[in-house]
Design a protein around this ligand. Structure first.
Ligand SMILES: Cc1cc2nc3c(=O)[nH]c(=O)nc-3n(C[C@H](O)[C@H](O)[C@H](O)COP(=O)(O)OP(=O)(O)OC[C@H]3O[C@@H](n4cnc5c(N)ncnc54)[C@H](O)[C@@H]3O)c2cc1C
Length: 413
């Protein structure tokens, strides 16, 4: 994989051949979903999801996703733009997006838990990891063998991540870690933690941090799930007591963890903002059906808001595609991810507000009317997405400083 290869647009013949091969694979292994245009009120589960969902047996869901992903990877569709030496297919970067789009049209296991692994942890390993770390982890991550969790935020340090206090002290070929993390999504189910720790307390805060890959079954790691207001319990507080992590699992040089975490955060903002979803489960499109169901589709005020929702849906898609193009041309992700994250966070509030307006009481109390009460879970998830991956206020600071050239926020990067 080279920047030159990615700079070139995807050849149309290659795209067509790829679509034919991927569609044949998907048709042989999964059921095609009804097309979005055929979305039928009253058919299917009617659930609208924003931030995970309550499942009876999350471990079974993870196992099912792992099995599916291994099949996809072994068929050559798992990491199309990735370098061959680390398990990728060495093909054009755009093909990953093309495959995701095609897969979204089929009924396949939910792989959203791997977002952290594929969109956030793996990019940092690829840029900053040693050859050994890349060889040991990347293939397994993209094959779905390793579910990852980010162990970055702490009770007193979320926005001010560089102020984190979890300590790692070198002891021979290992580091001994003590501290506490919080809001760590999927930590209770994960195989691998992307751990940020302070390894040098005597230098300015950004210079004393190091990133490690921590096997979550290591002695001294205690992940305790926290229940969120949307009813799900996906994230955790994680206690780390005398945890020993091999130096060989360091990502980047000791004290250079900030550079590695920036790669993760830029990818995270783009991923959190991109709202990748299949057409059949797109809340913006389902909202149209809600308006029809409650017979408000001709209401001029509703139509105006629906037009705003659908316009922003396109805007988000295009801004996301521009970011992907930048990365594909060899550039690293920049502050543009913050634009996408802000667009997305406003869009989900716009959608939740209109759903509330359309549904009235059945939005908040389960009236038994199909496809209505599910929107309360959507609404209760919206604040989480204003916060995860850096709050809206922090995204404004980043845009102000890095794009508009305004004076720097005191004490922040
Ligand atoms: C759904 C969800 C999933 C998450 N998953 C993970 C995960 O997997 N791993 C992980 O490590 N963390 C995770 N987080 C944590 C997330 O990154 C932090 O919550 C976030 O960075 C904010 O930090 P904080 O909660 O400490 O809030 P604080 O930093 O204490 O902020 C409190 C308020 O002050 C504002 N504020 C703070 N500093 C400034 C400033 N300089 N200028 C203007 N306003 C400011 C903030 O915008 C916010 O409104 C997750 C959070 C959520 C909601």
């Amino acid at each position: 994989m080279t920047a030159d290869l990615h700079a070139a647009a995807l050849d149309e013949v290659e795209r067509k051949e790829f679509v034919a091969a991927a569609t044949a694979f998907l048709e042989a292994n999964a059921e095609r979903l009804p097309a979005a245009e055929q979305f039928e009120w009253g058919r299917g589960s009617g659930h609208v999801h924003l931030l995970g969902r309550e499942v009876e047996d999350p471990k079974a869901l993870i196992a099912e996703a792992r099995k599916w992903r291994a099949k996809v990877f072994d068929a050559g569709f798992g990491w199309l733009g990735g370098p061959v030496e680390y398990g990728g297919a060495g093909r054009h970067h755009d093909l990953d997006g093309v495959y995701r789009h095609l897969e979204g049209q089929f009924d396949v296991p939910d792989q959203s838990a791997w977002g952290v692994a594929w969109e956030m942890v793996a990019p940092a390993i690829l840029v900053h990891g040693s050859e050994d770390v890349k060889l040991r982890y990347l293939r397994r991550i993209y094959r779905g063998e390793l579910l990852c969790s980010q162990l970055l935020s702490e009770p007193g340090n979320g926005s001010d991540l560089a102020g984190l206090r979890t300590k790692a002290v070198r002891d021979g070929d290992e580091w001994v870690v003590n501290g506490q993390k919080v809001w760590s999504s999927y930590a209770h189910l994960a195989d691998l933690g992307q751990l940020m720790a302070r390894t040098d307390p005597d230098v300015p805060k950004h210079q004393g941090l190091t990133m490690f890959l921590l096997p979550m079954d290591t002695d001294g790691v205690d992940a305790r799930p926290l229940r969120q207001m949307n009813g799900n319990a996906e994230f955790n507080e994680v206690f780390l007591t005398d945890v020993r992590v091999p130096d060989a699992n360091r990502v980047g040089a000791a004290g250079r963890g900030w550079a590695a975490v920036l790669t993760t955060l830029m990818s995270e903002r783009a991923a959190v903002g991109s709202g990748k979803t299949s057409a059949a489960s797109d809340p913006a499109l389902i909202l149209l059906e809600v308006a029809r169901h409650v017979d408000r589709i001709s209401d001029p005020v509703v139509r105006q808001t629906l037009a705003e929702v659908l316009t922003h849906r396109k805007l988000i898609e295009w801004v996301g595609a521009r970011g992907e193009q930048l990365v594909a041309s060899g550039a690293s992700r920049g502050a543009e991810g913050s634009i996408l994250k802000l667009l997305s966070s406003r869009q989900i509030r716009r959608i939740a507000n209109l759903a509330g307006d359309l549904l009235g009481p059945s939005f908040m109390a389960d009236s038994g009317d199909w496809g209505t009460y599910t929107w309360s879970n959507y609404l209760c998830s919206t604040p989480g997405l204003r916060i995860a991956g850096g709050t809206d206020e922090i995204q404004h600071n980043i845009l102000g400083e890095r794009i508009l050239g305004l004076p720097k926020e005191p004490g922040l990067v």
